[in-house]
Design a protein around this ligand. Structure first.
Ligand SMILES: Nc1ncnc2c1ncn2[C@@H]1O[C@H](COP(=O)(O)OP(=O)(O)OP(=O)(O)O)[C@@H](O)[C@H]1O
Ligand SMILES: [Mg+2]
Length: 269
């Protein structure tokens, strides 16, 4: 790397996550899930990852959290900045069935050794935030899929992460709740500079939330392009959707994704 690049790097915001030529091979069949992924996520930004089903998006998040099977073969580099706490909201909710809503949200504070009173003080506002105060003593099997996802969001936030990795977190929600939680993510990001890496198949959601939208290719996944989303701030899901700038970007992303999703272009390794 030249000296010029190094001095430019110093002026840039810190990258909390950096993938360079990162590749993953999975399973007995040696399936190439990711091949040469390059992506950085800087402190405070919301990056959205979109791409065809099966292209390796979840694999990328699992790689960041050390959740790949032990047999996975990795190459290139994937770096999480020192002392950065990652929160993961997985594609399938992983709530503890024997714990109530409150008990699930308290897991993070409990692991950090907080007293009962402090745990409550952390958990209750988050349960309220996701609109489940009336269900705080219910068990996961008593909740709908969308409600469980909301508990999962509250539980992830209760870890007080620096970066939150979200894998299609709102896919099971109705339009009203989805919009409300998108607004909440924007509000939290605005207030706390929480860094977010967000996966979705919903391009409206990608544009409402993302300051940058990274498009992944068909499997084996790599980042084909990164689109800066230059829409008016502060963001508001309700305000952005009908604007010309939004619709233009939507169409552009749609076209790229359609191309990448074309099975005749599947680039098997
Ligand atoms: N443990 C595993 N062993 C072998 N192959 C796997 C494993 N986990 C995932 N795969 C394969 O890796 C590829 C990428 O899967 P991944 O779940 O990352 O895709 P995705 O982009 O998240 O898809 P979706 O949008 O449908 O959630 C798929 O072909 C999948 O079958
Ligand atoms: Mg996935």
């Amino acid at each position: 790397m030249s000296e010029v690049t190094i001095s430019a790097q110093q002026a840039k915001p810190a990258a909390l996550i950096e993938a360079r030529d990162f590749s993953v091979i999975l399973g007995a069949n040696r399936l190439v899930a990711l091949k040469g992924v390059n992506l950085t996520v800087e402190a405070g930004e919301i990056v959205v990852l979109v791409g065809p089903s099966g292209c390796g998006k979840t694999t990328f998040l699992n790689s960041l959290c050390g959740l790949l099977p032990p047999s996975a073969e990795l190459s290139g580099s994937l770096t999480v900045a020192k002392d950065v706490r990652l929160g993961y909201m997985p594609q399938k909710d992983a709530l503890l069935p024997w714990r109530t809503v409150l008990g699930n949200v308290e897991v993070g504070p409990e692991l950090r050794g907080l007293s009962k009173a402090d745990r409550l003080a952390k958990a209750e506002p988050l349960i309220e935030l996701v609109g489940l105060s009336q269900f705080r003593n219910h068990y996961p099997h008593e909740l709908s899929g969308g409600m469980r996802q909301r508990v999962s969001l509250a539980r992830t936030l209760a870890y007080e992460p620096d970066v939150i990795l979200m894998d299609e977190p709102f896919a099971a929600l109705d339009a009203f709740n989805r919009t409300a939680l998108q607004e909440e993510i924007l509000r939290i990001n605005d207030k706390t500079r929480l860094t977010v890496l967000f996966i979705t198949h919903d391009l409206s959601e990608a544009l409402v939330l993302g300051r940058r939208v990274a498009v992944m290719s068909n499997r084996p996944g790599r980042i084909v392009d990164i689109y800066p989303v230059d829409l008016p701030e502060p963001r508001s899901a309700a305000k952005l959707r009908g604007t010309d700038a939004f619709l233009l970007l939507f169409q552009k992303l749609w076209n790229v994704l359609m191309e990448e999703s074309d099975p005749t272009k599947r680039g098997e390794a």
